[in-house]
Design a protein around this ligand. Structure first.
Ligand code: FAQ
Length: 318
């Protein structure tokens, strides 16, 4: 039940949202706003961290030293994005270990796209171009999200994501303009990553459980379908420049709408993947759990160091 104090705080919260002011960690906020943010932001952080795995698979097999150095830097950036986002989520009163536990026990999701395998080098290009490309479209919109720490993390992350998208497109361009075998590899990678990239934007607006409240609270600024359309509209001309065949035969410019029409997503596949039965769900979580367990000695060392520091300052104070 809301107390008089809460009611006043609610009015103040609503005013800030209406006036496009940011909500900051020490501000009062409705419980459901906080919970919804923790859900979305922690899942976003998990996506960045799990997202290192498909590309990490190619670091040792990158075709040149330059490609290897660039890919290493990109994968490290994703780790950094995960860390900004975990830190931003911690400002809402949850801990890193609670978030990791939710991921590892499947209570929290991560982006469906990372449950697909990277079969060839061209997949690294397709991920940079399409997956980072889709992530940017979504994240540019989230730069205006109402929660201050999330918005600021997004501004920084978007700058790095544009480099990621360019490096992916450059790989695709080299392959598409290379030998017939290389061009075929690029075509195959794009065909496999096209539909999962469209799924990154979530279910249709009419089936999106959280959109109503998230849009009202300005956590989300544009709807799943609007962002997906934006991505399709900006990517189709890029496919034309590559000289590849469209991954969806129904893609066609619609003069009246001023947008590209496209075919329907396989929603059954989407729900299977987000509910744990995609091609790599098991492998991704297993790898995360193994890496986390192997890193226990680091956490132990940090705890021991903290105790030592506390003992030292107690001695100095005595
Ligand atoms: N995958 O009601 P909605 C990246 C879930 S970062 C998995 O529409 P919402 C960088 C959704 O969580 C990519 N689950 O949900 C990179 C909910 O389930 P829940 C990550 C999905 O939150 C690049 C249920 O379906 N970006 O790629 C997906 O309003 C390359 C109902 O859906 C973000 O996380 C999905 N695709 O809208 C890294 C951006 N879609 O939580 C490495 C921030 C929906 O009730 C390499 N997040 N679900 O159990 C968002 O903008 C939103 O959360 C959406 C979903 C748009 C993803």
């Amino acid at each position: 039940m809301q107390t008089v104090d809460d009611a006043e705080q609610q009015v103040e919260f609503d005013r800030k949202i209406a006036e496009e002011q940011k909500i900051e960690p020490t501000d009062w906020m409705p419980d459901d706003y906080r919970k919804n943010l923790v859900r979305q932001m922690s899942q976003h952080a998990h996506s960045e961290v799990i997202g290192m795995q498909p590309e990490g698979n190619w670091i040792t097999r990158a075709p040149t030293l330059r490609r290897k150095a660039v890919l290493l830097a990109k994968v490290q950036d994703e780790a950094g994005h995960g860390l900004y986002l975990y830190s931003a989520t911690e400002t809402l009163g949850t801990s890193r270990s609670e978030m990791i536990e939710a991921l590892q026990t499947r209570k929290a999701k991560y982006a469906s796209i990372f449950n697909y395998p990277t079969l060839t080098w061209a997949d690294v290009g397709a991920i940079g171009w399409l997956v980072d490309g889709a992530a940017i479209v979504n994240q540019i919109s989230l730069q205006r999200t109402s929660y201050g720490p999330y918005s600021r993390a997004m501004i920084r992350i978007c700058k790095e994501e544009s480099f990621h998208q360019r490096q992916g497109y450059e790989i695709m361009y080299s392959l598409a303009k290379g030998s017939p075998e290389q061009k075929q590899m690029a075509q195959d990678a794009m065909n496999r990553f096209w539909w999962p990239s469209l799924m990154m934007f979530g279910p249709h607006d009419s089936d999106s459980a959280h959109s109503g409240r998230s849009m009202k609270w300005k956590i989300k600024r544009q709807s799943n379908d609007d962002l997906r359309q934006k991505f399709i509209d900006q990517t189709v001309p890029q496919i034309e420049v590559l000289g590849l065949e469209m991954p969806d035969p129904e893609i066609k410019w619609n003069e009246e709408r001023g947008h590209y029409d496209s075919g329907e997503i396989d929603w059954e596949e989407f729900y299977q993947v987000i509910n744990g039965s995609g091609p790599c769900n098991h492998q991704r979580l297993k790898h995360h759990i193994n890496a986390h367990e192997k890193g226990e000695w680091v956490r132990e060392a940090v705890r021991a160091y903290r105790v030592k520091q506390q003992e030292k300052s107690a001695e100095n104070a005595a």
